[in-house]
Design a protein around this ligand. Structure first.
Ligand SMILES: Cc1cc2nc3c(=O)[nH]c(=O)nc-3n(C[C@H](O)[C@H](O)[C@H](O)COP(=O)(O)OP(=O)(O)OC[C@H]3O[C@@H](n4cnc5c(N)ncnc54)[C@H](O)[C@@H]3O)c2cc1C
Length: 359
C-alpha cells in the first residue's frame, strides 16, 4: 500500500510514522517548512482535563506517548509533567469545570478540585482573589512543540518516509482508476490520500471534490524575556480564555484561546497584547514590567461539532485527519496512531466518534 500524507503537522507525521512502522510506503508533502503549521506555533499544554468525553481517552493515551515516544525516537520532546491548573471566576464556567471534572474522573483522569489559595503552593505570588474555583491534574504538563515535530519527522525518515518540504499539493485525484496527489511537477500515485492539512483541510477537501466545512480558528500568543524558573504547572483561566506556562529556558509563554475567523491569516494584534497583559498581571502580579520579546499567531481547524474529523470520507481513498481544535497537540499523537490502524485494517471502532460520515 502507498499513502500520500498532506501536511507535516503532528497529525500528519504521527499517522505517517505509525503507518511506516507497519511497513506501509508513505510520502509526506508539506507546503512550507516543518513547524510552519499550528503544530509549530502552539503553547504545548498537554492534559486529559478536557470537556468532551470522546477526546479524553485519546488525551490519556497521548500523555503516555509523550512519556514513551521520545526514547523510541531517540529525540527529547522537552516534555515536563508538572501539572495543569484550570481556574474560573464566572458561575457558568465553574459549573462547566465541575461537570467536566466528574466526567474526567469517571474516565480515570487524575484530577481534583483545589482551593484558590492552594494555587500559591504551586505558583508563588498567585493572586487567589482573582479566581473563585480551581481544578488541578498533576498528570499533565507542557511540551516544547518543535522537538515533537522534529522527532516525529526523524522517526519517519529513519523508516524510509520521504518528507517533501516546500512542496504544496495543488491537485488530488481520488475514486476509481489512478489516484494520487500532484505537487509541483510530480504526480505521486497513492492508494490512500490523508488530508492532515490543518486549517487548510477545507481547501484540500474541496480540491478532492468533497465539502468538509471545518471551522477555521485563529489564536494569538506571545513570549517574554526569561526569568528564574518558578512557574511549574500550566495555567488556563477558562473564564478569560487565557493560558500561561514557563519554558525550560525561563520565558513566559501565554496566549488567549482561538476565535473563529473567515479566512486564514496570521497577523498579530495590539488588542491581544493589551487583553493578555491585563489579565495575566491580575493573576500573577509579579509578571508586571516583564518585556514581551515576540508575539505570533497560528491557525488550526475544528470539526463543525467541536470534534476532530478522522476517518474514511465517502471515497475510501481519501482519508480526513483534521479538525483537531485547540487540543490538537495533545490528541494528535494518539489520533495518528489509531488512524494508521484504520488505514491498514480498514476499520477501527475507536475512531467512530470522529468519522466524517457523522455529518
Ligand atoms: C497559539 C496556539 C496555541 C495552541 N495551544 C495548544 C495547547 O496548549 N495544547 C494543545 O493540545 N493544542 C494547542 N493548540 C492546537 C494545536 O496546535 C493544533 O490543534 C495542532 O497542532 C493541529 O495539528 P495538525 O497537524 O492538524 O495541523 P498543522 O500543525 O497546522 O499541520 C498542517 C500542515 O499542513 C500543511 N499544508 C497545508 N496545506 C498544504 C498543501 N496544500 N500541501 C502541503 N502541505 C500543506 C501546513 O503547512 C501545515 O504545516 C494551539 C494552537 C495554536 C495556534
Amino acid at each position: 500500500m502507498r499513502v500520500a500524507v498532506i501536511g507535516a503537522g503532528v497529525m500528519g507525521l504521527s499517522t505517517a510514522y505509525f503507518l511506516a512502522k507497519s511497513g506501509v510506503e508513505v510520502k509526506v508533502f508539506e507546503q512550507k517548512y516543518l513547524t510552519y503549521g499550528a503544530s509549530g506555533r502552539n503553547s504545548g499544554g498537554i492534559t486529559a482535563m478536557l470537556d468532551r468525553e470522546e477526546l479524553i481517552p485519546f488525551a490519556m493515551r497521548s500523555l503516555e506517548m509523550y512519556e514513551n515516544l521520545p526514547s523510541e525516537l531517540e529525540f527529547n520532546f522537552l516534555f515536563r509533567m508538572d501539572g495543569y491548573i484550570k481556574v474560573a471566576d464566572r458561575d457558568e464556567d465553574v459549573e462547566r469545570l465541575e461537570k467536566s471534572l466528574n466526567l474526567q474522573r469517571k474516565l480515570g483522569v487524575d484530577a481534583e478540585i483545589i482551593e484558590p489559595q492552594e494555587i500559591r503552593d504551586l505558583i508563588p505570588d498567585f493572586n487567589s482573589s482573582a479566581v473563585t474555583f480551581a481544578v488541578f491534574s498533576k498528570n499533565s504538563g507542557v511540551v516544547f512543540p518543535w522537538p515533537v515535530v522534529w522527532g516525529l519527522a526523524k522517526g519517519c525518515r529513519e523508516l524510509g518516509v520521504e518528507i517533501k518540504t516546500h512542496t504544496k499539493v495543488h491537485d488530488i485525484t481520488i475514486g476509481e482508476g489512478i489516484r494520487g496527489v500532484k505537487a509541483g511537477d510530480e504526480f505521486f500515485e497513492a492508494d490512500v490520500i490523508v488530508n492532515s492539512a490543518g486549517a487548510w483541510s477545507n481547501e484540500m477537501s474541496r480540491i478532492a471534490g468533497i465539502e468538509l466545512g471545518n471551522k477555521i480558528m485563529k489564536e494569538e500568543i506571545c513570549v517574554t524575556e526569561s526569568i528564574k524558573p518558578y512557574l511549574d504547572p500550566y495555567l488556563l483561566d477558562v473564564s478569560h480564555g487565557l493560558y500561561i506556562s514557563q519554558t525550560s529556558r525561563g520565558e513566559i509563554v501565554g496566549g488567549i484561546t482561538g476565535r473563529e475567523v473567515e479566512k486564514i491569516e496570521t497577523k498579530s494584534s495590539m488588542d491581544f497584547l493589551v487583553k493578555y497583559a491585563r489579565r495575566v498581571t491580575q493573576l500573577i502580579p509579579k509578571l508586571k514590567g516583564l518585556s514581551i520579546l515576540r508575539q505570533w499567531s497560528g491557525v488550526y481547524d475544528e470539526g463543525k461539532d467541536g470534534l476532530p474529523v478522522v476517518g474514511f470520507s465517502k471515497d475510501e481513498s481519501f482519508v480526513q485527519a483534521n479538525g483537531l481544535g485547540h487540543w490538537g497537540m495533545t490528541i494528535g499523537l494518539s489520533l495518528g496512531k489509531e488512524l494508521a490502524k484504520l488505514i491498514i485494517k480498514g476499520e477501527n471502532p475507536k475512531l467512530k466518534p470522529f468519522s466524517p460520515e457523522r455529518f
